[in-house]
Design a binder for this molecule. Structure first.
Ligand code: ZN
Length: 213
């Protein structure tokens, strides 16, 4: 535990979304009524993202989804992200296509070093445990400018070439790529392309929150 997690452990728990008393529902960082607003099941995105067979998400990024991710990532609340990861894994497992392994979109190494955790990695671990398949570190991310704040076209150019396979090839034919947020789909698409070139037959995506319909 670090940062805000330590404070949360000693202060009375208030909902990170609305400030009411928290700790009753499936996500201890949320009050019962905010937890009630979370979908029971993941849903498929209507937007077609290149290189992905299907894409699934728990919440729109607009509103509660984005708010929770930002509180977790920028607020240094690893425990909150772990709670959201478990919830998302539970909600997604019954509806996801069959996959042989789960792969997290690698976070920029400098960010992981600064925060001490990676949100996609936490989510991928929870989903892999729930599905009973391996969580494999199949992708490597190179250093580059950060995505947040870049315009759509600049994001696409920024991520092309940012990822490579960690090993010589991909063992599993059907993979589930996992990211915490899908904004334009450019990052997920770049990762999926590398996995397909590396030998995967199909790549599906699961994100906690999506800015795409
Ligand atoms: Zn609340």
């Amino acid at each position: 535990m670090r940062g805000r997690d330590l404070l949360d452990a000693v202060l009375p728990t208030v909902c990170v979304s609305c400030g009411a008393l928290a700790g009753e529902g499936p996500i201890p960082h949320l009050c019962a009524s905010c937890a009630e607003a979370l979908p029971r099941s993941a849903w498929p995105l209507a937007t077609r993202i290149p290189c992905l067979k299907s894409a699934w998400c728990l919440l729109p990024y607009e509103g509660l989804g984005g708010q929770l991710v930002r509180r977790g990532k920028y607020g240094g609340r690893e425990v909150l992200l772990a709670e959201l990861a478990e919830y998302t894994a539970r909600a997604a497992a019954p509806v996801l296509p069959l996959v042989g392994a789960v792969v997290a979109v690698p976070s920029p190494p400098a960010r992981v070093a600064a925060r001490g955790f990676s949100a996609p990695h936490l989510l991928a671990g929870a989903v892999a445990r729930r599905l009973g398949v391996p969580h494999v570190r199949a992708l490597h991310r190179h250093r580059g400018p950060r995505q947040a704040g870049l315009a759509r076209r600049a994001r696409g150019a920024n991520v092309a070439g940012a990822f490579t396979l960690s090993g010589p090839f991909v063992d599993e034919p059907v993979l589930l790529l996992v990211d915490d947020v899908v904004t334009t789909g450019a990052t997920a698409s770049a990762c999926a392309q590398v996995l397909l070139v590396g030998g995967a037959r199909a790549v599906h995506l699961l994100a906690f929150a999506a800015a795409l319909p």
